[in-house]
Design a protein around this ligand. Sequence first.
Ligand code: F3S
Length: 291
Amino acid sequence: KIKIRLANYLGYCFGVKRAIQMAKDAKVTEKPVYTLGELIHNPAIVQELEEQGIHIVNKAEEVKNSTVIIRSHGITKEEYKILKENNNEIIDATCPYVKRTHTILKHLVKENYPVLILGDKQHQEVIGIRSYGNEKTFVIGEDDPIPKIKEKRLAIMAQTTQRIEKLQELVYKLLSNFNELRVFNTICLATTQRQKAAEELAQESDAMFVIGGLKSSNTCALAKLSSVYCPTYHIEDEKQLASIDISPYKCIGITAGASTPEEMIIKVYNVLLQKSGDFKTVTSIEEIPMF
Ligand code: F3S
């Protein structure tokens, strides 16, 4: 019999749950309501909101005299300005942990520090954070070269979903080059907990299934960590399991990114159970064994 277990921490984080709740609470009255970009990368939730009358716009310039919900990743300073100028009411669901990075960066810029942000340049969260910086604010990815900084002091911070080891490595590398290095651990606890739990489970499993958007950076980080220890399948939904042969594995682990709903985790678990020859099904996440 194949053993299938869930990571100790997985799925929706505090910030995503909060954003979904704020969107669901939004009243669609005489003013139209929009989210700026998909609220979370999850078709079921996007559809639910559509049914509630909440639609997606992709650019701040496109909305006027409406209510606009800002998703947990946050937006840029310029986008806020545009939304306000166009007479929109804002429901700000930016995660408080992301807001904290904005505030820290604003202070650092005021104090004239050069700042390195460890993160993915193209990610909305990072684009949002970066907008509070100036010409001395740099974003670097995991393996990017470090930009030349003439000053002898530097501040470092990170995208909330980065791996803590990568931040540690960066600090270690830079310490000898500066007289003063200010490090802000802006990686959020939910991220660290999920990553640690995934790593622990992967070490004790023959294969890992990581559920979440292929473009979701926190899900990709989980898949990368798991793949160090065992074969890892990054899937978006249960349908993708059809072509995967699980018979070589005795012990399977499941984890999920911060925007993956419980229903999807349950669906994947049930299909894996079936594939293992067990025809029982579960209806709630509490019924699934945890690591
Ligand atoms: Fe916020 Fe952390 Fe989630 S920053 S959106 S609680 S991953």
